[in-house]
Design a protein around this ligand. Structure first.
Ligand code: TYC
Length: 103
């Protein structure tokens, strides 16, 4: 491109700035035979801001299908939620497992 800048500076190529959405990650709960259903429902309500009805639906899906999505977030938030769930379960001595995977 010709340099049309009267001061003689190098012309700066106009750049197209495309806003990028962050890569999203699912936070999943895994089923087990020991964690009480009530504990799972309360955990989903507390860390994923779900109503009691929504949390119960998610818990029942995990219970019957083996796993279920509690929420979808940017990676740092998803990993924070996973670690909050794991710490909470450990403190209560329940074997509840939580994982993060790309959405
Ligand atoms: N299967 C458990 C029970 O029968 C309940 C449960 C649901 C456990 C979801 C974990 O992520 C889970 N008490």
């Amino acid at each position: 491109m010709a340099n049309t800048n009267p001061i003689g500076d190098v012309a700066i190529k106009p750049s197209v700035v495309k806003p990028q959405l962050p890569e999203m990650f699912k936070v999943l709960l895994l089923n087990d035979d020991y964690t009480p259903m009530e504990f799972v429902v309360e955990t989903i309500q507390r860390f994923f801001n779900k109503s009691r009805e929504q949390a119960t639906q998610i818990m029942l899906k995990v219970h019957t299908e083996g796993m279920g999505v509690c929420g979808v977030y940017p990676q740092d938030i998803a990993k924070t939620k996973m670690s909050q769930v794991l710490t909470h379960a450990k403190e209560a001595q329940h074997p509840l497992q939580c994982v993060v995977e790309p959405a």
